[in-house]
Ligand binder design. Structure first.
Ligand SMILES: [Zn+2]
Length: 390
């Protein structure tokens, strides 16, 4: 049965999820099922997600983390944003008897909901917080540089800074493990394609389009990345890949247990994240990332494919009323400046200096790091092989 779709002419949609032929590097099998659905199936099979075998594996990993951190103040790091997955991760770690140090990178665009959520969950569980706050003018200068450059990765500086901040906190306290709240079941696997970032990309965009010096931004350079992974040997673990996890159930649980508050949409705990998902990507790049979480919900049977199609193709993403005004005001953009940049031709990462070639040349080295679980499999697949950019 097909939903009533008005906007899907000439679009081929996966027969199982709602990824369509606008998703980079998508292909369909004879049954019309996309390669990303198969990728998720393969991950479930490999990690035994939600099965006793998966639970056993993560239990063994937890024992190892405890053993390695025995005489230390903390045994693992968890990056927190105030969102569902990371809040749940902290609770889960405490249930396992772990002693996490929570780490937050404050890009100064948080909503008060996010800040309150972090405070409520960590306060109730008595978990310490390590925060790196960037100078707000510098943060805005980096965001504005990415906006003016007309590239999609306006949020990349935040993602990479959180990774660097977690490594710094881990090094400071001698911690060897970082737990990540990522769930391929709840979020899907982000397609390999037009999105990319690394430390070189961030500094080259900022050098070209920014005005202020980079002083308080925690930039992860190539050598820092090597230092944290190969020398400090800090491992990243994704527990939600092994256990049964439902975002909906986690939300309800966090609300009840901690007075944690849902922020009304996917990743809307930070205003830059809201701008990225609600306005920037859909309007400038014609990319709507709701397809990741909606497809994940369809694959795991939380909603029907028809419901997801209706939501995705017939309803625009939610935009908070004050958001655009806030964005322009903070970045000191006039309406004309803003409109002009939104109309500018999109540009992409491969037009700027990055570490990509170096990662590809060093593929055998990163293969060894991946085998030692020092870099994620997804890093190896995404960063160490040439990608089709056309
Ligand atoms: Zn699919």
């Amino acid at each position: 049965m097909q939903a009533e779709i008005s906007n899907t002419a000439n679009i081929e949609i996966c027969s199982r999820c709602i990824y369509d032929n606008s998703v980079p590097n998508i292909s369909f099998d004879e049954g019309g099922v996309c390669n990303y659905c198969h990728m998720v199936d393969n991950l479930i099979a490999e990690y035994h997600t939600g099965k006793p075998e998966g639970e056993n594996t993560i239990r063994e990993i937890v024992s190892k983390i405890k053993k390695d951190g025995k005489d230390k103040q903390y045994d693992c790091i968890i990056g927190v944003s105030g969102g569902t997955d990371s809040s749940y991760m902290v609770w889960w770690a405490i249930q396992q008897g772990l002693r996490p140090l929570a780490v937050h990178y404050d890009n100064t665009w948080n909503t008060s909901i996010a800040t309150e959520n972090i405070r409520k969950v960590l306060g109730a569980l008595k978990v310490d917080l390590y925060t790196h706050v960037i100078d707000n003018k510098e943060a805005d200068d980096i965001f504005k540089a990415f906006f003016i450059a007309s590239v999609p990765e306006i949020e990349a500086s935040t993602d990479l800074a959180l990774a660097e901040t977690m490594y710094r906190a881990a090094a400071k306290y001698g911690i060897k493990y970082v737990l990540e709240g990522h769930s391929f079941m709840a979020e899907g696997i982000s397609p390999l394609g037009k999105n990319y970032f690394d430390g070189k990309y961030i500094s080259s965009i900022h050098k070209k389009y920014g005005k202020l010096p980079m002083k308080t931004y925690p930039l992860m350079t190539f050598w820092k990345f090597i230092k944290w992974t190969a020398f400090y040997r800090i491992k990243k673990i994704r527990p939600l890949w092994y256990i049964r996890y439902s975002k909906e159930e986690a939300k309800a649980f966090l609300e009840k247990e901690f007075g944690w508050q849902y922020y009304g949409g996917h990743h809307l705990e930070n205003r830059m994240t809201s701008f990225f998902h609600g306005i920037y990507c859909p309007q400038k790049f014609h990319i709507d990332y709701r397809n990741n979480s909606l497809s994940a919900s369809v694959r795991s049977g939380k909603i029907t494919r028809d419901q997801a199609i209706e939501e995705y193709y017939n309803k625009p993403p939610y935009i908070e009323p004050e958001l655009l005004g806030y964005f322009k005001k903070r970045l000191k953009l006039s309406d004309e400046d803003y409109e002009r940049v939104m109309r500018d031709e999109p540009r992409y990462w491969y037009e700027f200096p990055t570490y990509k070639r170096r990662f590809e040349r060093l593929r055998p080295f990163f293969f060894l790091l991946m085998k030692a679980h020092l870099v994620p499999h997804s890093f190896y697949m995404k960063y160490c092989f040439p990608v089709k950019t056309a």
